[in-house]
Each structure stands twice: as C-alpha cells, then as structure tokens.
Ligand binder design. Structure first.
Ligand code: ZN
Ligand code: ZN
Length: 125
C-alpha cells in the first residue's frame, strides 16, 4: 500500500503532487496523493530536494493527465466535480470560487487549471 511510487520501498511517506501551498482544497484528494520513500521525498534527488525538479514535474503531469482523462465534457456541476475528485463539499466550494460559472456549471479548462494550482504543463514534449 504505502510503497514508494518510484522504487517500491515500503513504509513510504505521503506526498501531495500538487502541494498544499499550490492547491489547499486538494489535500484530501486521493488522486493527488502519492507515496514516496524518504529519499525520493526529501533526499537531494527527491521531489522536494535540490535536484527534484524532474520528479516533481513527472508527478504533477501524471495528475494533470488523470484530470484530463476524467473531465472530458465541456462543463461540470459542483456535484459532479465533487464526485470525481472525491473531496468534501467545502473543498469543492473553495475550488469553485476560482472557476468561472457558466449557466450553473463550471468549464473543463477552469477545473483542470485550478486543480493544477493554476499551472498547466505542456505534455507534448
Ligand atoms: Zn523511493
Ligand atoms: Zn511532499
């Protein structure tokens, strides 16, 4: 269960793909969580480490790709967003404040961008 996503070491630590500081409403979203061993989490090659940029980007892109696969329609209601992200109604309400409301629904591109903490990654290269 708590095996490192990179090297499979057991008893690994919980990491938020999109940091709490980047998107607080997603702290409880399971899809935003990944387990990393101490080295891959806090070591110099770890995601928070000096040389962790590549790993950080990889873990975020995985989440972005999950969002893109999950949100395929043009618009979603708050209830639908909550169901897909599996977060509390308070969390989805906080997220929704950052999205444009269009005839009672939220736009796909806004949902994905907001869940990514406002930063989209170019996955074409
Ligand atoms: Zn590891
Ligand atoms: Zn972390």
């Amino acid at each position: 269960m708590k095996e490192c996503a990179i090297c499979n070491r057991p008893n690994s630590e919980e990491h938020h793909r999109i940091y709490r500081s980047e998107c607080k409403p997603l702290v409880k979203c399971k899809k935003n969580l990944v387990y990393l061993c101490a080295e891959h989490h806090r070591g110099s090659q770890g995601v928070h480490g000096k040389h962790g940029d590549k790993l950080n980007r990889k873990l975020k892109i995985e989440f972005q790709e999950w969002l893109q696969g999950e949100f395929k329609k043009d618009k979603y209601t708050m209830e639908e967003i909550q169901k897909k992200l599996d977060v509390s109604s308070n969390a989805v309400r906080s997220l929704s404040k950052l999205m444009r409301l269009d005839k009672g629904a939220y736009l796909r591109e806004d949902i994905i961008r907001v869940c990514m903490g406002g930063k989209m990654y170019d996955t074409s290269n």
